[in-house]
Design a protein. Structure first.
Ligand SMILES: Cc1cc2nc3c(=O)[nH]c(=O)nc-3n(C[C@H](O)[C@H](O)[C@H](O)COP(=O)(O)OP(=O)(O)OC[C@H]3O[C@@H](n4cnc5c(N)ncnc54)[C@H](O)[C@@H]3O)c2cc1C
Length: 367
């Protein structure tokens, strides 16, 4: 038994030593020289020093792919197609790709090293993504664990985006957090206000970026973010809409409702917002006022566990139960969902039961 354990230990140590040796050899000995990355059939071409990751090499040349995990190969946001020069799909990419994606040359760009000239394809929208420098103009509490951040853009001074898009805010190294991290936050301001960006951030206990926002970020501080990213947006159609959100999932809808008002919308919208207690609700008066003013907009805030002192006379129960009450069976509406993955999945189920098919449901899961 002991001999088997010793043999296994030696094999393990040898494999580790070999891997370290290979990594060091690659760093020290291998020189891939300059490599050329052709993006979207010549729309952009970048020259990079070989050896870095595709994600990092693109970023340092102004092509920003989304990444929520900071290049650790877990979020799979930085997918792109590599038609030439990508080499075989690596073992760290396999679990993040479907067979169909592999067949279409989709790769996880943070896990691919640039070792040769490449031909890649990224979604057209991403070529418009920029890195922004901004000044923190205002930080205000919306609830006990949600803050609204207002940034004045400094360089570039304006941003163009559709309501529903998100940016990746950078939290710099601080405390025990040795390196900057980027996290996704939906833009809550309206697209017409091109020189500012507002975000709604909910504190995640122990979370790197939200702890930075709640404990370190101050009015007047400079920040950087990249964007706009994402596909969540109001679909071009004349169907009624059912919006469902909880917590900071409010962000894109706060942008959307005011955008729709500005552009003279007439599509009916039922907006369901779930909270636990009265202290978790925000923009309540503003949204009720919009519901009074706009004949196409209905607002249904609901509390799942109202406290006695809340004196709440609105809807109660899980937001899915409230949706079930007010959305008619067989509706031809489209569903728009934003919030935690659990809430989005539960909301999808209730919409399916109402007859809203998957192709008419759109969401951003705040995973
Ligand atoms: C498209 C999109 C849009 C989004 N929009 C918004 C928005 O508008 N508003 C909003 O508030 N959020 C939004 N999010 C979520 C946001 O991006 C972050 O995931 C969230 O704010 C948490 O980030 P964090 O850095 O504070 O937490 P992280 O550091 O990423 O931590 C997340 C969790 O992991 C735990 N954890 C962290 N490190 C460790 C460790 N070493 N070991 C064990 N556990 C650990 C933390 O305790 C925490 O529970 C969005 C997400 C997506 C994908």
């Amino acid at each position: 038994m002991n001999a088997i354990l010793v043999a296994a230990g030696i094999a393990c140590a040898l494999t580790t030593a070999l891997s370290v040796l290979l990594l060091v050899a690659e760093r020290v000995l291998v020189n891939y020289g300059q490599c050329r990355i052709d993006v979207n059939e010549g729309e952009k071409t970048v020259e990079v020093k070989g050896g870095g990751t595709l994600l990092g090499s693109l970023k340092s040349n102004g092509v920003y792919l989304a990444s929520a995990c900071g290049g650790r190969g877990t979020c799979a946001y930085c997918k792109c197609q590599i038609h030439d020069g990508g080499g075989p799909v690596g073992p760290t990419e396999q679990p993040l790709l479907t067979q169909d994606e592999i067949n279409r040359n989709v790769r996880i760009s943070c896990q691919v090293k640039v070792r040769a000239d490449m031909k890649i394809h990224v979604p057209e929208d991403l070529l418009a993504v920029k890195q922004y420098a901004a000044r923190t103009e205002r930080i205000r509490d919306l609830t006990h664990d949600i803050k609204e951040l207002r940034f004045a853009l400094t360089e570039p001074g304006t941003i163009k985006f559709k309501a529903g898009r998100y940016v990746q805010l950078e939290a710099p190294a601080y405390g025990d957090n040795p390196e900057p991290v980027q996290r996704a936050y939906s833009i809550s301001s309206v697209p017409s206000e091109t020189d500012h960006v507002e975000l709604i951030v909910r504190l995640v206990p122990g979370g790197i970026c939200t702890t930075y926002v709640f404990e370190h970020l101050k009015e007047g501080d400079d920040v950087t973010f990249t964007g706009p990213f994402g596909e969540f947006e109001i679909n071009e159609s004349d169907k009624p809409m059912v919006w469902i959100a909880g917590g900071s999932g409010m962000a894109p809808f706060w942008s959307m409702v005011r955008h729709l008002k500005e552009v003279g919308n007439s599509r009916p919208v039922k907006y369901f917002f779930g909270a636990v207690q009265r202290r978790d609700l925000f923009f309540l008066e503003e949204l009720r006022a919009l519901a009074k003013e706009l004949d196409w907009f209905e607002y249904y805030p609901a509390l799942s566990a109202a406290a006695e002192e809340d004196n709440w006379d609105g809807d109660v129960g899980l937001i899915t139960e409230v949706v079930d009450t007010y959305v008619e069976q067989g509706t031809d509406a489209e569903g728009y969902l934003c919030g935690s993955p659990g809430m989005c999945d539960a909301a999808c189920k209730v919409l399916h039961a109402k007859g809203i098919t998957t192709d008419r449901i759109f969401f951003d899961k705040f995973a």
